[in-house]
Design a protein around this ligand. Structure first.
Ligand code: MOS
Length: 764
């Protein structure tokens, strides 16, 4: 028996497409897979050490790499002293710009559909130094220890030039309007400054947030080998297809000559994209003709992988006596480099949050000589909501109004800046349910008036929000085999958030199969689709592609079923997938199993591939995840130490596909938000442009002792305009959290801290 492969069909299921289309039928499906708290299917592999990570793939004759980082921010390399390193035990070669293979600069993210680079800078191609920490040499040796030792023997002299690494100095020289995804980060409704000065009540404050660096537990690591003219890479990646295409551009290869696999990733958060390490590993492997493993040290991650840039934000709010916003101003400055495209877009949440009569939103940038910054969980919203939602709390205090009431009074009926209707927005319900569950009515409205021994006690709240995105280019393949099993193939990613589990549930639901008969296959650039695990949109991107592939599959199965089938004569729209086969809608007895269809047709398998429809839904609706965050803190009256005692996230994020993995995503986001609120801060020396705390002992992230009980609830109301009725949930947890903590600290102590992180010295 042979398998059949239907041709790739660009199908557009009009399910969630605007213009009177039906919602995705999965919103109503009754197979019971969606909404089940299924444990992670990859869990047993992980806890038994059988899940291979990028830097664990064995390769014959492999060598290990260690990077020498520049110690100046700008200038030229004078000379290398590498003889001692070359003579050290086990050393195979030292690569510098003098012997590195010639490569084109990386295509920067968003410059093309599959561009993956953090910036456009050439990688070890010349003697120019562009940031403090840039890789200038790579030592390759038989063991990691030998490479690390030999690296310490390399000496580099530099001719330093004047670098611009001071934010204030750069700002004084002038700022540039920030562009984000090809559009300026600027909105105006009416004359907000005038409305502000005419407002009965107003607040006007500046909020600052520091640089943040990525600290996924799994270090960025890559194993690279050339197999003839083909390049094989095991990467820790949130974008395998993008990275394969980008490396092909850099090395002048056909796209399918680069194969990237990334079956397991130990955390991404926006940082596991393409940086210099993948390029350098591939170049080094080419230079010496042997496979290379390059794992960045923790310091290396800080030197080579971009993080979140610092922001300085002004939020000014004007209101009438009822608390209705007459003016909403959110402006400020952030730093980037000339070679990247990621200004921290902190006004994004403000665009759709409140029904202000006038608005002025604007982001300006300065360009510094530093490592290019990048996406870090909820870029924009994480620190933008800190400013906006702190300001709302300040206004509520001025008004003597409950901060939840103030927000509900300003709840918009349509998107304030685009005028589009919301596809699904039940934030008020999230507030009400959250307030009740948290015991908000027990909050003492008067700041600095509740004590428990030497601890001040307070409660605060803030809104959370993150956009719904569904990037184009999603495609998927479904293969049904005559034993009644299905496999979904898509170049998607599992970074630990439960994607493989939730998507197995979705595919089982869509196909009417048992969970154990569905395999979700991902993490391989040779699979269909351009899917990015980012922007909290992977679930929608996969969902849209699998829905399209399913439509193509139904069509193909009906064709194969033929006239002898109980399904004979039915059109695709008239059948549903159920009970391991197809049945006439509302006539379940008119059913034929997949096995039976394939057996009669004499096929061992049937395979279809289809593209997701373009994301038109986002042009017709304003689409966002929402949440209401509640925090209780204690602040020590003697030492100033803040401790978060309780936290609740009450979310409105469409339909929740798997409550267990979703709760974990929400909690993880909130924990990262607690770090943002209380401890995370990159110490960037503004004189030298060097990151001074590139380690987890000096850069603090929350540990178990810092994390209180975190309660999460959700409305579970499907959005009829998205695949599965779902919204993204990967990033929203970090949004609003910083402000909820800051507002609770204000309630506890009467101290308003507008400068992150809120460390104890700021509370004394
Ligand atoms: Mo996220 S910062 O889009 O990985």
């Amino acid at each position: 028996m042979q398998g059949v492969m239907a041709k790739a069909i660009a199908l557009a299921p009009d399910s969630w497409v605007p213009g009177g289309g039906e919602p995705d039928p999965l919103i109503r499906s009754q197979h019971g897979h969606i909404g089940k708290p299924l444990s992670r299917l990859d869990g047993p592999l992980k806890v038994s050490g059988k899940a291979p990570f990028a830097s664990e793939f064995p390769m014959e004759g492999m060598v290990y790499a260690a990077i020498v980082f520049s110690t100046i921010a700008k200038g030229r390399i004078g000379a290398f002293e590498i003889e001692a390193a070359k003579a050290a035990p086990g050393v195979v070669a030292v690569m510098t710009h003098e012997n590195a293979p010639r490569m084109k600069p990386p295509p920067v993210f968003m410059s093309a559909a599959k561009a993956a680079g953090g910036d456009t800078l050439p990688v070890m191609q010349d003697d120019i130094v562009r940031w403090n920490g840039e890789p200038v040499a790579i030592v390759l040796a038989e063991t990691q220890e030998q490479a690390d030792h030999a690296k310490s023997l390399v000496a580099v002299t530099y001719a330093a030039e004047q670098a611009l690494t001071n934010f204030g100095e750069a700002k004084a020289k002038g700022t540039k309007p920030a562009m984000f995804m090809g559009k300026p980060l600027h909105d105006e409704i009416g004359d907000a400054e005038k409305a502000l000065s005419g407002s009965l009540l107003s607040i006007d404050a500046t909020y600052t947030s520091p640089r943040h660096n990525h600290n996924a537990i799994e270090l960025h690591g890559v194993t690279a080998a050339w197999e003839g003219d083909r390049l094989r890479i095991h990467d820790a990646s949130q974008l395998v297809a993008h990275t394969a295409w980008s490396l092909a551009q850099i090395f002048g290869l056909a796209e399918d000559a680069v194969l990237i696999t990334s079956p397991f990733v130990g955390g991404g958060f926006g940082g596991k994209c393409m940086w210099q390490h993948q390029i350098l590993a591939a170049a080094a492997a080419k230079l010496i003709g042997r496979p290379v493993r390059l794992v960045l040290s923790r310091e290396g991650v800080y030197r080579v992988v971009g993080g979140r840039s610092a922001t300085e934000q002004r939020v000014a709010l004007g209101a009438d006596r009822d608390g209705r916003l007459t003016a909403l101003i959110h402006t400020g400055t952030t730093a980037k480099t000339a070679a990247n495209v990621m200004p921290e877009p902190f006004i994004l949440p403000t665009r759709s949050m409140y029904a202000a009569q006038t608005m002025l939103l604007d982001v300006q940038t300065v360009e510094l000589d530093m490592l290019s910054n990048t996406f870090m969980r909820a870029p924009g919203e994480s620190v933008g909501t800190f400013a906006l939602e702190s300001a709302m709390d300040e206004l509520a205090h001025e008004l003597g109004m409950d901060p939840i009431e103030l927000r509900i009074r300003n709840e918009p009926t349509k998107d304030p800046t685009t005028g589009l209707p919301f596809s699904s927005r039940h934030l008020v319900e999230a507030w009400r349910r959250g307030a009740e569950r948290f015991g908000w009515d027990r909050r003492n409205r008067v700041p600095a008036s509740t004590r428990d021994g030497e601890w001040w006690v307070g409660m605060g709240c803030a809104a959370a929000t993150y956009p719904y995105y569904r990037m184009g280019g999603g495609a998927a393949r479904i293969t049904l085999t005559s034993d009644g099993r299905a496999r979904v193939d898509i170049a998607a990613h599992e970074m630990g958030m439960g994607t493989a589990t939730a998507q197995t549930q979705v595919a089982a639901e869509r196909l009417g199969l048992a969970i154990e008969n569905v395999t979700f296959n991902y993490g391989d650039s040779s699979l269909p689709g351009i899917v990015l695990a980012g922007g909290s949109q992977q679930t929608a991107a996969i969902g849209g592609a699998v829905a399209a592939a399913h439509e193509a599959l139904v069509k193909e199965l009906l064709r194969l079923a033929g006239n002898a089938s109980p399904l004979a004569g039915l059109k695709p729209k008239e059948v549903i997938s159920t009970n391991a086969g197809l049945a006439k809608r509302e006539e379940p007895d008119r059913h034929e199993s997949y096995r039976s269809i394939l057996a009669r047709a004499g096929h061992a398998s049937v395979s279809v591939e289809a593209k997701a429809p373009p994301p038109l839904e986002t042009q017709h609706w304003s689409m966002h995840s929402h949440g209401a965050m509640f925090c209780e803190v204690q602040v020590n009256a003697i030492t100033g130490e803040p401790r978060v005692k309780r936290f609740l996230g009450s979310f409105d994020c469409g339909r929740i596909l798997n409550p267990k993995t979703a709760a974990s995503q929400f909690r993880g986001g909130i924990i990262m938000g607690l770090g943002l609120a209380l401890m995370e801060e990159t110490q960037f020396d503004e004189r030298s442009g060097r990151v001074m705390n590139p380690s987890l002992s000096d850069y603090h992230v929350p540990v178990h002792m810092d994390v209180p009980e975190i309660d999460v609830i959700w409305t579970d109301i499907p959005d009829p305009h998205t695949p599965m009725g779902a919204h993204g949930i990967g990033e929203i947890g970090i949004t609003g959290t910083g402000a909820a903590v800051a507002n609770a600290i204000f309630n506890a102590t009467g101290r308003r801290v507008r400068d992150l992180p809120i460390t104890l010295d700021k509370l004394l």
